[in-house]
Design a protein. Structure first.
Length: 245
């Protein structure tokens, strides 16, 4: 019995040491992966990297990690226009089947899904903010975006008719969609300005706008988008996504 107790104590101690070594190793690996991702993507801040699954060391021995979560704050995404960027808040990606090279210099996930958000203030920069002629005697421009409920964006349009600015903005509900790498905002119905109804093409040149979002981390792509309380909520996905290298 005494020998059995000693054996059990040894097993418990060794098990504890293995768990400790495993956690130390995963913490080190998370830090290294975060630093590589920051350098590769030119990020202003170090991202959060969390390697899931236990034990970590056996996953490393097999050359593949089951699940890696990445979080990036305030990512400046390219728009394809004169070097301009658009800020994406709180980009979160869950990467599955992450395989890495023998020298750990690169890692690629077989698939990835995630979420991101763009504030209305940031998206507003895409709309026409300067008064634009809609028709003879009428100019208009978008001055605000907000949550319109039921997945819609409420677009506030300020108008001047015959030299007089309307006392209140005109509001329209718009649908937001994703087509490829572009977020599009399209008015469900057209407003009139002080009782004046302009031609559809001229009105839509003000109310409708789009924003290309290019070069997301690791090559992930836009999937779906919906208006939320503080901005548009985006789903992203990808395959063969680079985590490092």
């Amino acid at each position: 019995m005494r020998a059995l107790r000693i054996l059990l104590v040894v097993v418990v101690v060794l098990g504890g040491l293995f768990v400790l070594a495993d956690r130390l190793a995963v913490n080190f690996a998370e830090g290294e992966a975060a630093d590589k991702l920051k350098a590769n993507e030119g990020l202003a801040t170090t991202p959060d990297v969390s390697i899931k699954g236990f034990p970590f060391l056996t996953q490393v021995a097999g050359g593949s990690l089951d699940d890696v979560e990445v979080g990036i704050k305030d990512y400046e995404a390219a728009t394809g226009t004169d070097g301009r960027t658009i800020r994406i808040d709180d980009l979160q990606a869950d990467m599955k089947g992450v395989e890495f090279s023998g020298d750990y210099s690169s890692a690629t996930a077989s698939s990835a899904t995630g979420t991101a958000s763009i504030t209305y203030a940031e998206l507003l920069k895409t709309a026409k903010s300067e008064p634009t002629r809609v028709m003879q005697g009428v100019t208009a421009n978008v001055v605000g975006l907000s949550d319109g409920g039921n997945g819609k964006i409420k677009v506030a349009v300020e108008a001047t008719v015959l030299g007089t600015k309307l006392p209140q903005p005109v509001y329209v509900l718009s649908t937001v969609t994703v087509e490829g790498d572009t977020v599009r905002v399209h008015a469900d119905s057209l407003p009139s300005f002080g009782g004046v109804q302009a031609a559809e093409n001229e009105v839509r040149s003000i109310t409708d706008f789009e924003q290309k979002i290019d070069d997301l981390p690791g090559g992930i792509k836009l999937d779906k988008v919906q208006a939320g309380a503080d901005g548009v909520d985006i789903s992203v996905k990808g395959s063969n996504v680079r985590l490092a290298g």
